[in-house]
Design a protein around this ligand. Structure first.
Ligand code: ATP
Ligand code: MG
Length: 459
């Protein structure tokens, strides 16, 4: 985003404090809320967070090259050399600017929410649409009331379609994001159990996700997980497509075939077209159909859609396939973990490459509260049920997994526990060979990604 300072002042209904006379032709390029990543020429937007108040970093912002700053009226005014634009609320100002910029660029908006699969579906949709449009998408997980407006303000003027991930913890949050972004196509990938603590029930979670319909254009389209009964009770009166495994869904996968470590091939129920998808995990076949349907809604040819799916960039450390220098194949899922995603990854390991021996390297899963020992024990028991040939664990929390696995499987499974990553690495380097497929999974804190790196480099 590049805009003259007067545009910004008008957009946020601000008043200016500046020691010199304001040059009206003077423009800002992009915005930043973090002085550590601020680029010269940016407008600084100090956000008031729970721990930090961005206003206390304004001097660093000037040093980093900010050319103007917003300022919340209830904060004491700073003595700085750049124009200060005073607003009632800096967060609202950020959102107002994003809303206006989005309207001015006239691009189409695709919005994605759901309990699981948002980021993956966003990447699939963006890959498909990139075959024919200039696409901008949410980076990583920037999917909340701050991340979403920042994503919008980062997009180039020439963007034709923006693909936005919308996340939530409480009801009312998706409503706010949808009103801001006014999507042309909105989707709800699934309803799970996450945030049930805040919302009370799955019905309430579904209601909160369906708030995405609030800003959805009347001529737009809503895509829902057709395997989830709760999503059929949506308030949208326009075009709704149900995508799911259930045969009553308008669109869904047929003739699904696993291609080992190369992913999947499948056909569309609706058109009979064939696709290949280079991602592991059966849930991604359904996620891919959301992207296929989006492509069709924007008039892409089936060839372009198929190409976009084939070329989807795989995210590093998320079920990524690596090759160790000793010949062992690795499924690197060391990006992060919850108990559910550990189970899902173990399921994938069991399903693919029947000719290889399956090993898993597991360590601690963080943020599990008082029940953490039980959760790790359950992971150990689950791993044993998956016909593994080897289970290697690391660290104190890994020991809980190891002990439970030992009780559940006294003989068949080769169990190894190591206190440190270095010892686990030495063992895997020595014992690994081309007949083994190793899954690596834990919370990021366990640092298993470094073991993978060493195994790949043969260090
Ligand atoms: P977050 O809330 O962390 O942003 P997200 O919704 O963006 O999560 P992804 O990062 O795409 O989700 O996927 C996280 C995990 O959810 C995957 O590793 C996979 O185990 C699971 N998952 C992905 N898609 C689906 C789906 N359609 N249904 C159920 N589970 C899924
Ligand atoms: Mg995400």
């Amino acid at each position: 985003m590049k805009r003259r300072i007067n545009w910004i002042i008008e957009m946020v209904s601000g008043s200016v404090q500046y020691e010199s006379e304001l040059d009206e032709s003077f423009a800002v390029s992009g915005v930043s809320i973090d002085t550590r990543t601020l680029s010269p020429g940016n407008l600084y937007i100090p956000i008031i967070g729970e721990v930090f108040d961005g206003h206390s970093f304004v001097k660093q912002a000037v040093k980093a090259g900010a050319v103007a700053t917003l300022w919340q009226a209830d904060r004491p005014l700073p003595k700085i050399s750049i124009p200060v634009i005073i607003v009632p609320n800096t967060l609202h100002a950020l959102q107002q600017m994003a809303e206006r910029y989005l309207t001015e660029t006239c691009c189409r908006v695709v919005a994605i929410t759901g309990s699981n699969g948002k980021t993956t579906t966003k990447d699939l949709v963006a890959s498909v649409l990139s075959t024919s449009f200039e696409v901008h998408k949410t980076v990583g997980n920037f999917n909340n009331h701050i991340g979403l407006p920042l994503t919008i303000l980062e997009m180039p003027e020439t963007t034709e379609v923006v693909v936005l991930e919308m996340g939530m913890n409480h009801s009312g949050e998706i409503l706010e994001l949808s009103r801001l972004a006014k999507p042309d196509i909105a989707m709800v990938t699934n309803i799970g159990e996450s945030h049930i603590g805040h919302l009370g029930s799955r019905e309430k979670i579904a209601e909160a996700k369906l708030e995405i319909c609030d800003g959805l254009s009347k001529n737009g389209a809503l895509l829902i997980d057709g395997d989830e009964a709760l999503l059929y009770q949506n308030p949208f009166r326009g075009h709704v497509t149900a995508i799911g495994w259930d045969e009553k869904c308008e669109e869904g996968p047929e003739m699904v075939e696993m291609k080992g470590l190369s992913g999947w091939s499948f056909q569309s129920r609706k058109t009979g077209h064939s696709y290949t998808l280079p991602l592991l995990g059966k849930h991604n076949v359904k996620n891919a159909l959301f992207a296929i349907e989006t492509g069709r809604l924007l008039d892409l040819s089936e060839e372009s859609i198929a190409k976009g799916l084939r070329d989807v960039p795989t995210t590093s450390m998320r079920l990524e396939i690596n090759q160790a220098s000793n010949g062992m194949k690795i499924i690197n899922d060391a990006y992060n973990a919850s108990p559910t995603s550990v189970y899902a990854a173990l399921d994938i390991l069991e399903e693919i490459e029947p000719d290889l021996q399956k090993w898993a390297l597991l360590a601690g899963v963080e943020e599990l509260g008082e029940q953490e020992v039980t959760y790790h024990q359950k992971i150990g028991e689950y791993a044993v049920s998956k016909n593994l040939a080897g289970l290697i664990t690391v660290g104190l929390k890994g020991l809980w997994i190891h002990e439970a696995a030992k009780l559940a499987s006294p003989n068949q499974l080769q169990l190894k526990h190591f206190p440190s990553n270095e010892e686990a690495f030495s063992y895997l380097k020595q014992e690994g060979n081309k007949n083994i497929l190793l899954l690596v999974k834990a919370s990021r804190k366990a640092g298993l990604d470094r073991i993978v790196k060493q195994l790949v480099e043969g260090a």
